[in-house]
Design a protein. Structure first.
Length: 146
């Protein structure tokens, strides 16, 4: 007969004990008692730091939200990056040059725009020409309506 048949109150099987996560019950000249005390003290220390950690996380989130809300001149853009670009951005963050991937990416975009001044001057001129031609076409359409 199985355990659950012999003892109807014991429906679930005993879980397997994971030895490296358990404090040994064997007493080796008082070492186990010290180990248990040490574990208990460590758990209490960690537990006592939880409120402080949660408070710090809350402050960080609050600061981030305040920066995001007050950043009137900043724009958020989602972009797809190649694996190489992602690695380079991560390197800038890991080196401590920027606090986030977003800051590192913004720096690289700004530098890319600065290095392509001639391209952007040409594009701006062409866009001016396109707008002039659109206005000319709108004028033609308005003349035919009248």
């Amino acid at each position: 007969m199985g355990d659950s048949e012999e003892n109807p109150k014991k429906v679930f099987e005993e879980p397997d004990v994971i030895q490296d996560l358990m404090v040994s019950e064997k007493d080796k000249e008082g070492e186990t008692h010290r180990d248990k005390t040490s574990v208990s003290t460590s758990v209490k220390e960690i537990a006592s730091r939880i409120p402080e950690s949660l408070s710090a996380i809350g402050r960080d989130i609050s600061k981030t939200l305040e920066r995001a809300i007050s950043a009137k001149d900043d724009y958020i853009v989602a972009v797809k990056l190649s694996e190489t670009a992602q690695e380079k951005i991560d390197q800038l963050v890991q080196a401590g040059l920027y606090r986030s991937r977003a800051e590192a990416a913004a720096f690289l975009i700004d530098e890319g725009i600065k290095s392509q001044t001639n391209l952007f001057e040409t594009v701006e001129k062409k866009l001016g020409e396109i707008e002039r031609l659109r206005a000319e076409i709108r004028g033609l359409v308005n003349e035919t309506k009248n």
